[in-house]
Unconditional design. Structure first.
Ligand code: ADP
Ligand code: MG
Length: 686
């Protein structure tokens, strides 16, 4: 494992999450399902479907309890033979049925149906798949032995393994299934003998030939053009010293070329829109229409890099115009491809973003700067899947998606990702925090490797650095601000040390003092608290909306729209709303509960003071939050804020206690905890 990976794991970001949660167990179709007794076998970590979702290994015992028993009863009624499910009865005429999550069916079918054909050939079974809304019924026809063999192979595929032989080389069972199987060893051996011998996979040879296979995989791709930059004379004329001063004065921009070997000259920044887009009148029309005066610092420095076709990592605070920084060059990139649009057979730009709200917001931004009639689709979990599929089929140019839902469509061959030439990983830090890396990895496997990739993030933790190293090639980096956490310095940040039971009084007092033009976003730590506080406010006749991961998507969208449009001036939310959401006129952020970590604090506070406006934040800190006191002090000092004396005392007390603990604690205790904690791949935890 590379140093990067070591660092990455130390940072607490898992490389993958257990698949078992995704896999629906083999279960008997109703009404037999009702008869399946609880075997006491270990359940999966998440019991998603009212107890119907079980650990995928559980079918080992369910084979007896459910499916096989059903089949035996068929056998009895037809052949009149008695005996329990473990009596070696193997002649089945009714099909075996596996329920498989739709997102995993692609693994059974394979590209162009190749996998399923192979399955049928090697097992001798006939396989039929009926897709439902969320899951598919995989029906296996054939004799009992044949069904059993095919079922085994399908379970392997669903689990992401290649087919395995039914027996180990020593003649003993080599799978959990067979160890606990109700079939006798001789019966299973007979199946093994009948099966064609499998050729073991030569992994070393495969690895050696990886480049060759990659080349074959991508051999039919159309040509790709990436460099569209014509540097304006006024830009080229800047001396190195002038550029250095400009970067210093524009929020202390730091640039770097991350190419291995000799560094390239970093492009000079553009100071006006014309300097970047004079050759693209369609883009200029859009800018004139929205009335922006000049590029933001990240845009000034990002546009020349992206337009030159170089992969870019853009790190800048929230609200600094990162969306437009990647969208406008993306429009040009797509429009100027050598292969005409109508022959591309799929979208050209993909923006991956962590939450549904952000996806919708980027879509809105995209539509605002419409260019050459590009069609955009927003793909996110919770939205109408069927409608999303239909829109993809009707032909789209730009896909804005959350990784989970896109991965679902990809696995089911419902979207072509081979046509994508411009990829954006937006809010990469948040996507990692939410455990999306496995899905991102799978998605990118289907995107041509010579694409252009842009990654944005508000922070630069180890996990993001590792992501950049994996998915960007010879990239350049633009870092606006310092290399440490920094809050927006346009926000006046007030910190109050309070008791937990005083919090409600503080927030009510704050609300009663609000001016008519004020708009406040109140952050709480738990979904239940968001419901609790918003209903308390409602009971007092105060118009309020709330937003958290347990609310229906349509309610979340309505809440956000009400808040944006000013129908309510108070939004109570969990950290679901802490990043990227762009509501211009939030005047205050009220941290009712302190966030999980300082990065989240920076994002929350960044919800106000946007687009050059000033804003204010109020943060309630209780004794339970004392471990963050010293980090909070650093942030406040760095952005020139007052630091309350009580906070300093709190930090000192905490440090003293830590020292004492270290002094008296026995050596070699438990290892440190993980930062961030949750790794869910979903926004439902907020
Ligand atoms: P980020 O992604 O960095 O958090 P956004 O891209 O959401 O920020 O931009 C924040 C707001 O600033 C948006 O409403 C956007 O329309 C606006 N904006 C973008 N570029 C400019 C600009 N050059 N001048 C003024 N406003 C801008
Ligand atoms: Mg953004």
């Amino acid at each position: 494992m590379s140093d990067w990976e070591d660092e990455y794991e130390a940072d607490g970001v898992t490389l993958s999450k257990p698949l078992s949660v995704q896999v629906k167990s083999w279960r008997p179709p109703s009404p037999q399902r009702a008869r399946t007794r609880d075997t006491g076998a270990p359940r999966a970590e998440v019991d998603l479907d009212g107890g119907q979702w079980t650990n995928w290994r559980e079918p080992t015992s369910n084979v007896c309890d459910g499916e096989t028993r059903r089949n035996n009863s068929y056998g009895r009624s037809r052949g009149g033979r008695g005996g329990g499910c473990c009596d070696g009865e193997r002649s089945r005429s009714s099909p075996t049925i596996l329920n498989v999550d739709n997102s995993l069916v692609g693994r059974i079918i394979g590209r162009g149906g190749a996998k399923i054909r192979e399955l049928e050939e090697s097992s001798g079974a006939s396989i039929k798949i009926n897709r439902g809304v969320d899951e598919a019924e995989v029906m296996i026809f054939g004799s009992g032995d044949v069904q059993l063999k095919a079922k085994d192979m399908i379970e392997d595929l669903v689990q992401g393994r290649s087919f395995r032989g039914p027996m180990g080389s020593n003649g003993n069972s080599n799978t959990g299934y067979q160890r606990d199987s109700c079939w006798s060893a001789s019966a299973v051996q007979a199946v093994g003998a009948a099966a064609p011998a499998r050729v073991p996979i030569d992994w070393i040879a495969l690895r050696e030939n990886r480049d060759k296979y990659e080349a074959i995989k991508w051999q039919d791709l159309p040509p790709l053009k990436k460099d569209f930059y014509i540097e304006a004379e006024s830009v080229a004329a800047h001396s190195a010293e002038e550029v250095k001063i400009w970067r210093k004065e524009n929020n202390n921009i730091f640039v770097d070329d991350l190419v291995e070997g000799e560094k390239r000259t970093f492009p000079n920044p553009v100071c006006t829109f014309e300097e970047a887009f004079a050759h693209y009148p369609g883009i200029m029309e859009n800018i004139v229409r929205v009335g922006f005066q000049k590029p933001t610092p990240i845009q000034s420095q990002a546009w020349p890099v992206i337009l030159k076709g170089i992969d870019l990592i853009g790190i800048a605070q929230t609200g600094t115009g990162k969306t437009l920084a990647y969208l406008l060059p993306g429009f040009i990139h797509m429009d100027e491809q050598p292969l005409p649009r109508d022959q591309r057979n799929g979208p050209g730009m993909l923006v991956l973003t962590p939450t549904r709200e952000l996806a919708l917001q980027i879509e809105a931004e995209c539509n605002k700067y419409s260019y050459k009639g590009f069609k955009t689709i927003c793909i996110y979990g919770g939205g109408d899947r069927r409608a999303q599929i239909n829109k993809v089929r009707s032909g789209v140019d730009i896909v804005i998606a959350t990784p989970g839902r896109l991965n679902d469509l990809q696995m089911n061959d419902l979207i072509n990702l081979r046509s994508i030439t411009y990829l954006v990983l937006d809010e990469a830090d948040r996507m990692l925090d939410m455990g999306f890396e496995p899905q991102i990895m799978k998605i990118i496997l289907d995107i041509r490797p010579d694409r252009q990739t842009v990654m944005t993030s508000a922070t630069w933790p180890t996990g993001v650095r590792r992501l950049a190293k994996s998915y960007l090639k010879n990239s350049m980096m633009v870092y606006v601000g310092t290399l440490d956490l920094a809050t927006v310095n346009t926000v006046h940040q007030m910190v109050l040390i309070v008791q937990e039971e005083e919090k409600k009084a503080y927030v009510f007092d704050f609300i009663h003092r609000m001016e008519p033009q004020d708009k406040v976003l109140i952050f709480v730590g738990k979904k239940i608290k968001a419901d609790d506080l918003s209903s308390d406010l409602c009971l007092q006749g105060i118009p309020v909306q709330s937003m958290h991961g347990d609310r229906e998507q349509c309610d979340r969208e309505e809440a956000l729209q009400d808040f944006k449009d000013g129908r309510v001036r108070i939004l109570v939310a969990t950290d679901l709303a802490s990043r990227g959401l762009d509501v211009h006129d939030i005047t205050h952020v009220f941290n009712y509960d302190f966030p999980r970590n300082m990065e989240e604090y920076v994002h929350r506070v960044g919800r106000t003071g946007r687009a050059g406006r000033s804003g204010a934040s109020v943060t309630l800190v209780t004794r339970d939050d004392w471990k963050i006191a010293s980090e909070l002090i650093t942030i406040l000092e760095r952005s020139g804020q007052d630091v309350p004396e009580e906070l300093v005392l709190m930090a000192e007390r905490y440090e003293k206690r830590q020292r004492e603990k270290e002094m008296y604690a026995p050596k070699g205790g438990r290892g440190g905890g993980r930062r961030g904690g949750f790794r869910g791949g979903s926004d439902r935890r907020f």
